[in-house]
Structures are given as C-alpha cells and as structure tokens.
Design a protein around this ligand. Structure first.
Ligand code: UFG
Length: 339
C-alpha cells in the first residue's frame, strides 16, 4: 500500500512526505524537479530515517502517468501538490498554467477512476474566496471570480474533482484550501527554496535579514486595517503537512459520508504585514530594512480562516505560533546561506 505524492520535493510536499513517513506510510514521490531539487530526498531521509521512492516524471506526459500507475498498482492514495504557483507568471503564461495545473490533474483522476477504490487530496488555496465578505472565512463563503489564471486553476481544479466524484463512488477526495504557509522543518533539513527573487512575504523577509535583498517593500499601508497593512493567516508548514495526513487517514478509513469535501487549512488568526515584520525582528534580534511603497495590484485586504470544520471533522488544529514558524524560517535561511 503506497501513497503517491506529486510535487513531493517541493516546499509543502516535502514536509508532508516527512509526516506521512512518520506515520509509517510508504511514499512514492513524483516530481519533475522544475522547481525543486533531488537533494531534498536526503533531508527527508535524515529526518525520517527512510528514503522515499522517487520518480522524475513530467505529469503533462499522459503516457508516463499511465505507465506509472501500471507499475505501481499498490498506490491507494494520491496527494497532488505538483503545480505552478506564481500568480504574476500565470497572467503572462496562462496556457502553461492550465496545462500544468489542469491537464495533469485530469490525467491523475483518470488513472484513479479506474481503481476499485482511491483516495485523492488536492492542494487548493484560499485564493478561491477572493476578498471574502466576512472574516474569518468559512468553507461556505462563495467562490469569487478568480484574479489570475493561477487562481482560476484552483477553482477549476476543485470543480473537476467535484464533478468526477459525483459519478465515481470509488473515488474519495478532499480539497484543502491553504492559507499562507511559511516556515521550515524544525530539524532545518528541509524548507522553502524559492528560485530567484521571492514573491512571498516571509522568504523575502528572511533573505533581507540575511542581506541578500537590500530592502523589503511593504505593499501599502493605507488599507482599512488596524495598522493599514494587509492581513493574512500564516500557517507553519509542519502544521499544514499534518493536515494532509489526517485528511488522508479520513479518506483511507472511509470516515466521510460525502465523497468530496473541502477544508480550510489555516490558524484562524490574521496577522498584518507589519506584525510579521515584528515577529521576524523578535525571533532574529535583527532590525529589518523595509519601506512602505504603493499597493500591489490584485492584493486583497484581509484573509484568515475559520478553522472550525477542520478542527471538528478532521480533529486537526494548527499548533505553532507565528513566532515559532518565523524562527524556523529564519533558522532555515541561515542554514541555507551557510551551505
Ligand atoms: N507583501 C509585501 N511585500 C512583499 C511580498 C508580500 O508587502 O515583498 C505583502 C503582500 O502585499 C500581502 C502579504 O505580504 O499583503 C502576503 O503576500 P504573499 O505574496 O506572501 O501572499 P499572498 O497572500 O498575496 O499570496 C498567497 C500565495 C498565492 C495565493 C494566495 C492566496 O502566494 O499563491 O496566497 O491563496 F494565491
């Protein structure tokens, strides 16, 4: 009995592989290494004492997907992380995003639909809510028109899974809507490895703290929030990884009545950009060089999760504080730069 983790060498994927192996599950990773390094396997091995199986496959090649499932008939569940995730790039290269994020999803679901029983977990995003009308955001909040092709791939992806589940009782699926993942494994063996200039706040902060970036630009302080900067729900990547394990166990044990469910995965607590900077300064003891600049196009004001459904149904709750997550991100940054 194996669990396939696509994109398992990536940031959230690698942390999830660690938690799956810690629970004694056997993992096989597929990754095309377009945004990840095979060395991540060593980090996973150091933490868990076990090297997961790994196949370097581009999931856009349908024949490769079919041959993978033919060779690994004991795959009973898939956690599908593999996807492109840069919002700005998706605006410039929409077809690449639809091919990478939608085409590959279809091929995997086709393979799983042929099985007698299969579990599937999809990496979705709070981006599907856009600027929600009420905070904290529940899973019942309406899905709003996507701001980018990337966001659209998450909405369409959820619809494809829902439609497939309706006619495929043997398929059991959960979409996890992530809020803002950050941090690294406390062992500092694995963490986030952004290629080029980071687009996300936390890696930009830690790189600025290390002197790799000169200054953080804070995108706007005139939003209708307490300190004027945007609010997000920052979740420690290890907490997020653990949510995948409990969601998968729910599917494997067929505890669910509906064969397609959606869960928010966040902490339930909103933090402003300035609060995140303060957290960095607290845990690092460094002053961060930043300046306030204009708003970034497409940013929403505020997004944080109502986590009641995940708490009650999955029995899962984020444990780490923002400072703990930030400390792990900073420890990781220091380690990566020393190497
Ligand atoms: N920010 C800055 N300066 C930076 C980077 C970010 O001030 O250099 C601010 C942003 O304006 C925002 C906050 O920090 O207020 C968080 O920004 P991120 O880019 O880290 O995260 P977002 O919430 O904007 O986007 C993330 C993912 C997207 C996903 C979205 C919603 O990166 O892929 O959440 O799920 F679509």
């Amino acid at each position: 009995m194996k669990i396939l983790v696509t994109g398992g060498l990536g940031f959230i994927g690698s942390h999830t592989v660690v938690e799956l192996q810690n629970e004694g599950l056997e993992v096989v990773i597929i990754d095309d290494c377009s945004n990840a390094d095979e060395k991540v396997l060593e980090g996973i091995q150091t933490i868990t004492g076990k090297r997961p199986l790994f196949e370097k496959i581009d999931l856009r090649d349908k024949s490769m997907v079919e041959s993978f499932f033919a060779r690994h008939q004991d795959v009973v569940g898939v956690i599908h992380f593999a996807a492109s995730k840069a919002v700005g790039e998706s605006v410039v290269k929409p077809l690449l995003y639809y091919e990478n994020n939608i085409g590959t999803l279809v091929y995997i679901l086709q393979a799983l639909s042929q099985k007698q029983r299969a579990s599937f977990i999809f990496s979705s995003s709070c981006t599907v809510y856009g600027q929600a009308d009420e905070m904290p955001i529940t899973e019942d909040a309406p899905v709003k028109a996507a701001e980018s092709p990337y966001g659209n791939t998450k909405q369409i992806g959820e619809e494809i899974i829902a439609d497939t589940c309706k006619v495929t009782p043997s398929l059991n699926a959960i979409a996890l809507r992530y809020f803002n993942p950050m941090g690294a494994h406390p062992s500092v063996e694995i963490g986030e490895l952004p290629i080029g200039v980071p687009q996300n706040l936390v890696p930009f902060i830690t790189q600025t703290g290390m002197g790799i970036r000169e200054q953080l630009a804070v995108f706007g302080d005139d939003y209708p929030t307490e300190d004027g900067t945007c609010i997000r729900d920052y979740i420690h990547v290890v907490d997020l990884a653990k949510a995948h394990v409990v969601a998968l166990q729910r599917l494997l044990q067929a505890k669910n009545e509906e064969n397609y469910e959606v869960f928010n995965v966040g902490t339930g607590k909103g933090s402003s950009v300035l609060e995140v900077i303060q957290s960095f300064e607290r845990v690092s003891g460094e002053k961060l060089n930043y300046k306030i600049v204009d708003r970034r196009v497409g940013d929403i004001v505020s997004a944080y999760a109502n986590t009641k459904k995940a708490n009650q149904v999955l029995g899962w709750k984020a444990e780490s504080t923002l400072d703990e997550a930030m400390k792990s991100a900073w420890d990781w940054e220091k380690k990566v730069r020393k190497a």
